[in-house]
Ligand binder design. Sequence first.
Ligand SMILES: Nc1ncnc2c1ncn2[C@@H]1O[C@H](COP(=O)(O)OP(=O)(O)O)[C@@H](O)[C@H]1O
Ligand SMILES: [Mg+2]
Length: 248
Amino acid sequence: MKSIALANQKGGVGKTTAAINLASLWAGRSKVLLIDMDPQGNSTSGVGFFNKDVEWTTADVLEGNCSVEQAVQKAGFGKLSLLPAHVGLAGLEADSLPIDTLKDRLQQVGKDFDFVVIDCPPSLGRLTLNVFAAVERVLVPVKAGHFSITGLEQLFLTIVRLRLRNINPELKVLGLFYNEAQPNTRLHQMVDRVLREAYAPLILESFIPRNVHLGEAQVVGEPINFFDPRARGYKAYLELAEEVLKKW
Ligand SMILES: Nc1ncnc2c1ncn2[C@@H]1O[C@H](COP(=O)(O)OP(=O)(O)O)[C@@H](O)[C@H]1O
Ligand SMILES: [Mg+2]
């Protein structure tokens, strides 16, 4: 079972959009479990689930109230399943959840899925640490802007520390990709120059342009490959999904 997390402690950079769309694209061929680890539940609603539709959530799994299998829902988009989140998950962030909890729970479904894609909350707290302890790869969406650079160092330090503490020695940053990219602007080129000085081998060739259909798809609760396969955002995610597999 391959596992990858979408992480960046900044909000609004495209973690959720990427988690939904990469998971859905891979679910065309493989059995994919999308795990919503953000109390805001945006990837849950982004694949069409709302609070009233679900009995058990990620928080219940982490707290041991139910098994992963009980909480998992078939999303109805190819072979995509969802472990939904609920606002109650926020309590676990504060409760200093043991760092191995998610990793431990995922062993229950190791044979049921080819892929696990995890959407992280916008923080480097206990929930994100649980994700980093559990996955093989981290994929980082970056939105060109002043603060896109400053947070990355802290994100990478967190990952290095987990490796050094032997919590997840195999954890790797698969790469960074630009979201809502406008490659022809000076801002993009300035940010790209600075990031390449520090992270050149990690910057993926694929990038996601600003595309309003990606936002619309999220509002109606459908991945872009179902909502509008003619959208520019769809083609961009298709390329990203392939590049990630190639670079794995
Ligand atoms: N490439 C894009 N083009 C246009 N809108 C986007 C794009 N990527 C994300 N969005 C929108 O931007 C907002 C923030 O994206 P989201 O994926 O929720 O970020 P995060 O999970 O990092 O907070 C959402 O409303 C989403 O629909
Ligand atoms: Mg999000």
